[in-house]
Design a protein around this ligand. Structure first.
Ligand code: ADP
Length: 494
């Protein structure tokens, strides 16, 4: 029972069913009331017109009675004929009463000579203008005074009762016709309601089917959905969403294939090295050490790749944890640069730091350190021995800017957009040599975006490269802008 009730309730929650029911209620219920009103008005109208007809016949009979002095003579052929004919035509009874309340004529011949005292009859004697109409079951009774036109006195009373059978027959015929019409109109309304509710919900069903198919791995665009503007805009949004999912899917596949490719090279090296050790006999210890050293290097490389991948994945989570603190950026840069001094001096690269003003900003210290470190590391890695790296820090009332410039190999103009992609490397061999994973700039860019900042690159081949980052001094969660690369490259703020 409960289940059945739930099922009915569930069906009622369907837009199609609701729309259908609303159309039925709005279309058919008023129609039902309207037809009843029409039938009633029509019935009343027939009865009133019949009453009017009878009243005018009553006046004719009254005039005949008075002119023939029927009330005293109790006989006149024209009165008799008229009364009999009218009573026959209308299937009724006519009684004539004199001023002593005595019945002098009864078309049924049942009450002649008797006295008739009814309130209507008595009231007629008091007022020459009163006509009373009563409905007695299937009969209409009209009681009207017979008034002398000279003296205006009531000489007698005419009581006419007529059967409504005839009227009822006509009105039931009319009612039947109206009801049949109503049924026909109702059927048309039901048909329209069914078609309309299907028409409105069909595009939604189709869209729903497309959405369901996504979970089965079938990513088909919702095409040919025609309907209301709202439904069409929903279909457009669905298609846009599908494009995003498709491109995410493609990028995921590309990412997986890149990762496999990246790991395959060191794995292949390890395999070759270990195979050659295993297949050769009497290998000198030095060769063993050398090969194991190479294997160790490859393992280190794989570890770097895996570590970078893990940081990447953590940053790309929908809600990466941001531990924001207000720190002194000048001190942070100095601390980070310090670590690079030994390697820079080993390659005779000059490290210059220029700070234009003290800067306090809201940042996630660990993350921003990784981002800045990557830029410093690249500036040294892709530099010539004896070159320079210039770091500059500046700020205005809203942002702080860090410039990392170098005198290194530079990046060809057409590849400058690509360097922020995962695993993209301009010179694969050089990057591998220097232990690069191709993930550094992708990680840096992600971190800058998480700080609602932008990163831009300016570079000339063989002359050098400058990275400029701009980050708001005050952190506002949830405002990440992902347009750092599209914003144009010549707006150097620092
Ligand atoms: P990698 O681990 O290879 O350094 P990155 O993502 O940090 O990866 O950098 C991507 C590529 O961009 C590098 O392989 C390099 O070709 C280029 N690149 C990055 N920084 C510089 C720079 N300062 N000078 C020249 N080329 C650079």
């Amino acid at each position: 029972m409960k289940k059945a009730f739930k099922k009915v309730f569930h069906v009622l929650y369907s837009l199609r069913v609701q729309l259908f029911l609303v159309l039925i209620v709005v279309g058919i219920v008023p129609l039902y009331f309207l037809s009843n009103i029409i039938i009633n008005v029509h019935n009343k109208q027939i009865i009133t017109s019949r009453e009017d007809e009878l009243k005018s016949y009553g006046t004719v009979i009254s005039n005949l009675i008075l002119s023939s002095d029927y009330l005293t003579t109790h006989f006149d052929s024209s009165v008799e004929t008229e009364v009999r004919e009218i009573a026959e035509i209308y299937d009724g009874r006519i009684i004539i009463i004199d001023d002593n309340l005595r019945i002098i004529k009864d078309t049924y011949n049942l009450e002649v000579g008797k006295t008739l005292i009814s309130s209507e009859v008595v009231k007629c004697f008091y007022s020459a203008e009163s006509i009373y109409t009563n409905e007695l079951g299937d009969y209409i009774q009209i009681t009207m005074p017979i008034v002398s036109s000279d003296t205006l006195t009531v000489k007698g009373v005419l009581v006419m009762s007529f059967s409504k059978k005839n009227i009822n027959l006509i009105s039931s015929k009319v009612s039947n016709n109206i009801r049949m019409l109503m049924v026909a109109i109702s059927l048309v309304i039901i048909l329209i309601a069914i078609l309309y509710s299907i028409f409105v919900t069909w595009p939604l069903k189709k869209l729903n089917k497309n959405i369901d198919e996504i979970s089965n791995g079938k990513m088909e665009e919702a095409e040919g959905i025609r309907g209301y503007e709202e439904v069409q805009s929903m279909a457009d949004s669905f298609n846009t969403m599908l494009d995003v999912i498709k491109s995410q899917d493609e990028s995921r596949q590309e990412f997986v294939s890149n990762v496999s490719h990246e790991l395959k090279t060191p794995l292949a090296s390890v395999k070759v090295l270990s195979d050659s050790l295993l297949t050769q006999d009497d290998i000198p210890v030095e060769l063993y050490k050398e090969f194991l050293g190479d294997i160790n290097n490859e393992i280190e490389r794989m570890t770097d790749i895996v570590n970078d991948l893990l940081s990447m994945v953590r940053l790309e989570k929908n809600n990466p944890n941001m531990t924001i603190t207000n720190i002194n950026i000048n001190e942070l840069i100095e601390k980070l640069l310090k670590r690079f001094r030994p390697i820079a001096s080993s390659r005779k690269i000059e490290l210059i730091y220029e700070s234009f003003r003290p800067v306090q900003a809201d940042v996630d210290e660990v993350k921003i350190s990784i981002a800045i470190n990557n830029l410093f590391e690249n500036a040294i890695k892709y530099n010539f021995d004896g070159g320079w790296v210039k770091v500059a820090l500046n700020a205005d009332h809203k942002f702080f800017y860090i410039n990392v410039g170098d005198s290194g190999v530079g990046i060809p103009e057409e590849l400058q957009d690509k360097i922020f992609e995962r695993f993209y490397r301009v010179d694969k061999a050089r990057s591998r040599e220097t232990g690069g994973t191709g993930l550094g700039l992708a990680i840096t860019r992600k971190i800058i975006l998480l700080h609602n900042g932008t990163i831009k690159v300016y570079s000339k081949e063989k002359e050098g490269t400058t990275f400029t980052i701009r980050i708001p001094l005050n952190y506002a969660a949830g405002e990440t802008e992902d347009n750092s690369l599209e914003e144009g490259r010549d707006d150097n703020n620092a």
